[in-house]
Design a protein around this ligand. Structure first.
Ligand SMILES: Nc1ncnc2c1ncn2[C@@H]1O[C@H](COP(=O)(O)OP(=O)(O)O)[C@@H](O)[C@H]1O
Ligand SMILES: CC(C)(COP(=O)(O)O)[C@@H](O)C(=O)NCCC(=O)O
Length: 306
């Protein structure tokens, strides 16, 4: 069976006309907020692709509320609507965190009174010290480098309305920040972004995907993702140039062609293998697949039929 049998393939042209008239155009302030999030984001894409996407999320939210209400009638007790959890997955450097921040911003605009929080699953990576002791430093990002049970527990606590603390990963120090936590206090909507969002710990009976009400897989051709990875590596190096505490600072001293070779090698030996073996196989668990081409231009969207 074809991997996409279970999906409707929707061209960008068709998608951008869905619900067009019922979505208010972006205001000047909103445009500025998007620009400050990432000035490379195409505003045309926001209008044509991401606004209809947020409109779709509205439908899932309504569905969750209706179901909680109906369950309450059946059980003859008040059942509080749990937070809506949205998972965003895809390869390293495909644009997950940019998509997640954009969706957070657009959802906050669509639901002005609701709180929309964002958590990245790199906070659930084991600290370097643990990875080192388990000889897993060069497996960072692979399933065994994450504390998946802790991620599962966190998702359960969020659905249960509990206050949670999440560790924070820093790309600057290439490790979990010691003694710093992100506080998540009973949000109405939680976005969870990361390469492992649709993966399940092997020993668990509960699937991580059971907790998502909506999920997005950001997809692109592998050669294009490699290009984005190399470009991001380059910008990380520029940011690290005058900062000796930054993990990437050590690479700024190397000749340029050596740096490029190193980044290519990391892509080929780590991130590409991870994509092929563990990330891409979870693609068809997502509700929506956003397919991107050059310049992060979304050309097609797949929506799960059932
Ligand atoms: N929609 C977009 N438009 C333009 N550039 C983007 C877009 N999404 C991501 N990028 C760029 O691509 C690179 C990877 O994006 P990022 O969100 O960091 O990926 P990930 O979180 O998947 O590792 C970054 O340099 C980012 O600025
Ligand atoms: C920490 C990560 C696994 C997380 O990926 P991201 O969420 O940034 O796409 C990744 O950025 C990473 O560090 N991979 C290990 C190999 C490398 O240095 O690229």
């Amino acid at each position: 069976m074809n991997e996409f049998t279970n999906y409707d393939e929707i061209s960008r042209e068709k998608w951008q006309n869905l619900y067009k008239t019922s979505i208010a155009p972006l205001t000047k302030n909103e445009l500025e907020s998007i620009r400050s999030l990432n000035d490379e984001i195409s505003l045309q894409d926001v209008q044509d692709v991401y606004l209809p996407l947020v409109h779709l999320v509205r439908l899932y939210k309504k569905n969750l509320e209706d179901m909680s209400f109906s369950k309450g009638l059946f059980l003859q007790k008040i059942v509080k609507t749990p937070p809506l959890i949205i998972g965003i997955s895809g390869s390293v450097a495909v644009g997950k965190s940019t998509t997640a921040r954009l969706v957070q911003l657009l959802l906050s605009r669509a639901f002005k009174k609701l709180s929309v929080e964002l958590v990245t699953t790199d906070g659930f990576l084991f600290p370097n010290q643990v990875l080192e002791a388990r000889h897993l430093l060069d497996r960072k990002g692979f399933p065994e480098s994450y504390d998946m049970e802790r991620l599962l527990q966190f998702l359960y606590q969020i659905k249960n309305g509990e206050h949670c603390q999440v560790p924070i990963y820093s790309h600057e120090i290439y490790d979990i920040l010691p003694e710093q936590m992100q506080e998540i206090d009973n949000p109405d909507i939680l976005i969870v972004e990361g390469i492992n969002v649709l993966q399940s710990p092997q020993s668990q009976l509960i699937y991580v995907s059971d907790f998502y009400d909506f999920s997005i897989y950001v997809d692109a051709n592998e050669a294009i993702i490699e290009k984005w990875y190399l470009e991001r590596f380059d910008s990380l190096l520029k940011l690290a140039e005058s900062d000796e505490s930054n993990y990437y600072h050590q690479f700024t001293k190397l000749p340029y062609d050596e740096v490029v070779a190193l980044a290519r090698d990391t892509w080929a030996k780590v991130n590409r293998i991870n994509l092929k073996q563990y990330i891409e196989p979870t693609r068809n668990r997502a509700e929506i697949i956003l397919h991107k081409t050059d310049n992060h231009h979304v050309d097609k969207i797949y929506l799960k039929k059932f």
